[in-house]
Design a binder for this molecule. Sequence first.
Ligand code: MN
Length: 197
Amino acid sequence: MKYELPPLVYAAGDLAPHLSAETLEYHHGKHHLAYVNNLNNLLPGSPFEEATLETMIRKAEGGIFNNAAQVWNHAFYFATFSSSGKKTPSGTIAKAIDAEYGSFEGFREAFTKAATTLFGSGWAWLCMKPDGRLTITQESNAGNPLRSGLVPLMTCDVWEHAYYIDYRNRRPDYIKGFWELLDWKIIGERYDEALKK
Ligand code: MN
């Protein structure tokens, strides 16, 4: 199977000023693309030649795991943004957030802390546990919570390449802008879908 770079569903400049067109052109057009190309180079002759990305995330190790997970993680991350999205959760996911974190504000604080304190490169995640409740996890490098049986709902890329052009070393400022870009309609639909399974 040959993987392709999934296109962004918005223009590179649409997320400014929180993320610039230049950041998107590098992050999507160069970094995400490199993971796709690396994976396509690693797959021929491997046991994962016909596997889905999810299978590789669950079962593969080394280069195939790293690149398959980074292909999936970036597609998932970029697909959560919208320039005119729903800024706050509602419906089922809002109830689940209130149940776990007291309020949306409480959740924002807990997630921001996870993203800010993650040491080095990696991803902070909002996930659904098998019992339907929410949890926040930190994953290093290419880590993806599918590997531990959780359902990813939202993620923040805290690799420096995600923010260095716009924010230099100021990860907390990047995370502040990140909240402005999330579309809670998309995240809410992911949660409703996950609850059905
Ligand atoms: Mn990245």
